[in-house]
Design a protein around this ligand. Structure first.
Ligand code: SF4
Ligand code: SF4
Length: 303
């Protein structure tokens, strides 16, 4: 494929690997985590988003739409996404910037050109580019490999942030171009994993074992969600899994849940299901961190 959909290119990121990085968020993910703070990255296609708080109810969008996809319900524009041809006309007419589409098409050359702009910062800080999402390895792998080739041949180090729920061949294919894998482990109880993310964890754990055997550099990332996986038991089982398979990540990062993405759900016309989740207290995060350190892992909170 010549183009792929990207929802965001985040510059000067310091949380997706070493140093200063540019993080590219690809659209589409095989998981649908209930706590996801980037829900606009889950679907594989472009998606309409409407921000009610910004909308002035002027009706310009309804008047401008060439497909008759927008009608006014009083001062509220109602968009029929089945009629929408994603022509972006209403976006241009909306002076309040209340209308947008998640996902913009990029070529390999466009993404590489964007990433190269900050190469001096990568070199000073031991940083680089992180391919994230969504799930980058669920996109067209010819595209992903070509992008990684373009970046690495310029001397830019590339990290891959993955949920691990993808065919092993996709992972194996990009190992030669990957500096570090940021690999998520969410839950050790597969039934709960299925309930919270939409899929079981067997393939994810199996791929991690194989990746470790390949000697790739791995950072484990664990989103810690209060009321879901912030238990001693889940942490003990995670650490036991790592040690029993001789998986030696360079880092384990514990990422406390936050609900900052909850406002995006209504903009997508979706309901946020994670209202009962809580941000773990600092003391609880420290206890979980101590469990990692006690096993001899280099670990931190955040990152
Ligand atoms: S993107 Fe185009 S077709 Fe879709 S609602 Fe806006 S103006 Fe109408
Ligand atoms: S043009 Fe923008 S501000 Fe006006 S009704 Fe449409 S979405 Fe709301």
């Amino acid at each position: 494929m010549e183009v792929q959909l990207v929802t965001d290119i985040q510059k000067f990121s310091i949380h997706d690997g070493e140093g200063i990085r540019t993080t590219i968020f690809f659209k589409g993910c095989p998981l649908s985590c209930i706590w996801c703070h980037n829900p606009e990255t889950q679907d594989y296609g472009q998606q309409f988003m409407w921000n009610q708080e910004k909308c002035a109810g002027c009706g310009e969008c309804a008047g401008a739409c060439p497909s008759g996809a927008v009608s006014m319900d009083g001062h509220k524009p109602v968009t029929d996404v089945n009629k929408c041809g994603i022509c972006h006309t209403c976006e241009e007419y909306c002076l309040q910037n209340a209308r947008e589409f998640a996902g913009r098409e990029y070529t390999v050359e466009e993404l590489a050109a964007e990433a190269v702009k900050d190469q001096p910062f990568y070199e000073q800080s031991h940083g680089g580019v992180t391919l994230s999402g969504g799930e980058v390895l669920a996109r067209d792998m010819d595209f992903v490999e070509q992008l990684m080739l373009e970046l690495t041949k310029r001397g830019i180090r590339v990290n891959v942030d993955t949920c691990g729920y993808i065919p092993w061949k996709n992972i194996a294919r990009i190992i030669p171009y990957t500096d570090t894998f940021l690999y998520d482990i969410k839950l050790m109880d597969s039934r709960l994993h299925q309930k919270m993310t939409g899929v079981g964890n067997e393939e994810i754990l199996e791929n991690l074992i194989r990746l470790s055997k390949s000697k790739a550099a791995i950072w484990i990332r664990i989103p810690v969600v209060g009321g879901v996986n912030d238990t001693d038991r889940n942490m003990e089982e995670t650490l036991e899994f790592l040690s029993s398979h001789s998986i030696t990540p360079k880092w384990i990062h514990l990422l406390p849940y936050h609900n900052t993405g909850s406002g995006k759900y209504p903009r997508l016309g979706q309901k946020y299901q994670g209202r009962d989740f809580t941000t773990p207290k600092e003391s609880r995060m420290q206890e979980l961190l101590d469990m990692c350190l006690a096993r001899g892992y280099q670990a931190g909170i955040g990152g």
